[in-house]
Design a protein around this ligand. Sequence first.
Ligand code: PEP
Ligand code: MN
Length: 343
Amino acid sequence: MIVIIKPEARQEHIDSLITNLQKTYPVEIQAVKGAHCTILGLVGDTSHIDPSSIENRDIVDKVSRVSEPFKKANRSFHPDNTIIEVMGRQIGGEEIAIIAGPCSVESEEQIISIAKDVKESGATFLRGGAYKPRTSPYAFQGLEEDGLELLKIAQEKTGLPIVTEIMYPHTIDKFVEDVDIIQVGARNMQNFGLLKELGRIDKPVLLKRGLASTIEEWLMSAEYIMAGGNENVILCERGIRTFESYTRNTLDLSAIPAVKKLSHLPVIIDPSHATGLSWMVEPLACAAIAAGADGLIIEVHNDPTAALCDGPQSLTPNKFDKLMTKMKKYAEVEGRTIITNRG
Ligand code: PEP
Ligand code: MN
């Protein structure tokens, strides 16, 4: 961290700032006196320092960080890619993980039928919301605990690990027991109480990027989970809010190479929520593979027009099957694999 002192500052005030900083923080301070101003270099673990607490002193002009505030998620401290293992499948390795299923679990018949279809097409995980964070309190809120039970049945019938969203800290024990990957939705990315609780378990967490969050804020949320001891975090870009209204959100594909440079954690893409339009899922899923994504999470519904949630962005099982064949070719170009049943 670098502290730039105002040119008019008196030496005795600079000395007392140095003494004060040394007392407050576990850092070594190197002062460089230039012709016009003095610069203080704070060396050591500065992750606990809030730059504004130094910047608000009278003699300080500006404070800047030279390294990122996230440590455990930082590639500098962990050069190799993190590979997360779930029921014999890997996320972050050579194989591209494909998570598919409906936005919400609606009935036993619906979830079993979709689970069988997506498995047949080569999906490696089943998604399905039991607890749904809806904008309107009058909209379908999910089958909640009954939905988790139906996901368990689908998991038993197909062998597909299940991915589903958590909304409340009091349900964590149930999720640890029943769910294979716990999803934190975009709306809860900065629910720090929930993130801290997820740090205490060792189940993989799929952390979606917040509706209008920067990459650094997203990685700081991953850091919350990792700081608690749970390093099994998968990042998911699902589109961010921009001025564009043609699509539901704007897919930030540049987040893939950016996160890969900054962090060792796997990154997956959700083209369904990013666009809100089923016909756009295919081109963006392929683009995500080309940009280096470690996986995709795609909404599939057996009857999208009758879906209780997110029908317009859901693929039919037939369209999903065709997409798998196409994505497989893109994966090959990238030196990655997608294993479909057709070989
Ligand atoms: C979902 O996956 O169904 C969902 C609600 O996603 P997001 O949090 O990205 O909106
Ligand atoms: Mn959805």
